[in-house]
Write a protein that binds this ligand. Structure first.
Ligand code: SF4
Length: 424
């Protein structure tokens, strides 16, 4: 049977699709290899959320085809939905199996290796739960709970590829979690484009049922749009009270200026964002991540300053700072763009503030004692990476194989990226 190499790009959701593609193919007799040289079939799980990412992936596929003209190629992920024409023109012999057709990968692979070009694109309501997987980290199950989004942020091309929100049946998701615990997983990453929109307000119920599942495991809730957190906030906070749920909140705000948020069509205000954070902070010692886009069309220096002021005020543990880049077929692409020098300057300025904040936030944990889940071995001898109850990254030195163990530590030194600890 043919050797297959799978290369995945993008968000956790996309990584989960790559793991499922490898799992489904292995279960039907293909051999999964870890490099393109030894493979007859190469599958790229693509992302096109940003222009640089798109260009990098297109260049990678071009280089591969030039170096290995006889190898078979399948392009999967979001690109077949988002930039279909470009793919057909650039890679006329490649099969396309989009993010909506992952469950049909075996059929497509069998046809493609016989030299037949397959195209499986277009919206579908495939449930990508309970699929066989080859996990990158055997401790971590990336649990997709829905696909698509009902919001329409004016800069976003993801929703154009993913389509409208389709929430997976709760029973399928719970079955996935039960199965992955049996397979030794200790961490569940709840993932989708906007987890707060699950089942139009059913995320708290889902979390409550998930925490009732027997086993010593932790749940990380992925990114949520503030507009969909507000209606479920009290219930969500109660669901987070369960010790199995990491006190980790990933809440993209994108801008600290209400006029810009309006142009982004985010559907929430700066005040809404602050309200959610203060409710969480009143309830838990939480680890807050956010996302900001700098240089959105029309953003003035004053409006950018509002973003800086907001970040300094709410003091997130981390902020993903993105330089605005127009994406195909989005309303924002038609707006008057900010010049790229200003965008770069703003990105550098905000990133510097974010790094300083990360160090200060990690320093606040010094002296903390508690248990962490060891999920990765470090490069140094006896070095282990772990996560505490707030999904803060810890490093500890411990002899022996401690992969997947919960160990008790004390935080002794802070870095901007992690907290150094010793076992107690
Ligand atoms: S919430 Fe907005 S940015 Fe996120 S996927 Fe939906 S439309 Fe895109």
């Amino acid at each position: 049977m043919t050797n297959v190499y799978v290369e995945s790009y993008g968000c956790s959701n996309s990584q989960a699709e790559g793991e499922a593609i490898a799992g489904l193919l292995k279960n039907s007799g293909f051999r999964i290899v870890d490099n393109e040289k030894n493979a007859g079939l190469l599958i790229f799980v693509t992302c096109y959320v940003k222009t640089p990412t798109e260009h990098k992936i297109l260049r990678r596929i071009s280089d591969i085809i030039e170096e290995y003209p006889r190898k078979k190629i399948i392009i999967s992920g979001c690109m077949p939905e988002g930039i279909h024409e470009i793919l057909v023109k650039k890679f006329p012999n490649a099969s396309l199996v989009s993010t909506h057709h992952v469950n049909d990968i075996v059929k497509a692979a069998k046809q493609t290796i016989k030299g037949k070009r397959i195209e499986l694109v277009g919206k579908s309501n495939q449930v990508k739960a309970c699929l066989a997987k080859i996990r990158k980290n055997s401790l971590i199950d990336i649990v997709p709970i829905s696909t698509g989004c009902n919001s329409s942020c004016s800069y976003c091309c993801v929703r154009l590829a993913k389509g409208k929100l389709f929430s997976y049946p709760k029973e399928d998701i719970l079955k996935e979690v039960r199965n992955s615990i049996k397979q030794g997983c200790k961490e569940m990453w709840i993932t989708s484009q906007d987890n707060a929109s699950y089942g139009n307000g059913k995320l708290p119920e889902l979390l409550n049922d998930m925490t009732k599942i027997r086993g010593d495991f932790m749940i990380r809730v992925g990114m949520m749009n503030p507009r969909n957190v507000l209606p479920i906030l009290p219930k969500l906070i109660r669901a987070y009270e369960n010790e199995k749920v990491y006190k980790f909140l990933h809440l993209p705000v994108q801008s600290g200026d209400d006029a810009i948020l309006k142009k982004m069509n985010r559907g929430h205000s700066v005040r809404d964002f602050e309200k959610i954070i203060s409710k969480f902070k009143q309830s838990f010692r939480c680890n807050l991540w956010s996302d900001v886009i700098v240089g959105f069309p029309g953003e003035t220096e004053e409006q950018f300053q509002n973003t800086i002021d907001l970040v300094k005020k709410v003091r997130p543990d981390w902020v993903n700072v993105s330089k605005y880049g127009s994406r195909p077929n989005t309303p924002a692409a038609k707006m008057k763009q900010v010049n790229s020098d200003a965008i770069i300057k703003r990105s550098i300025k905000l990133s510097k503030i974010v790094r300083q904040l990360s160090l200060e936030k990690n320093k606040e944990w010094l002296g903390w004692k508690g248990r962490i889940l060891l999920f990765k071995k470090g490069n140094k001898k006896n070095q282990w990476f772990g996560r505490n109850c707030a999904y803060k990254l810890f490093i500890v030195e411990l002899e022996g194989n401690n992969f997947g163990k919960f160990v008790n530590v004390e935080a002794i030194k802070a870095d901007k990226a992690y907290i150094l600890s010793e076992s107690v």
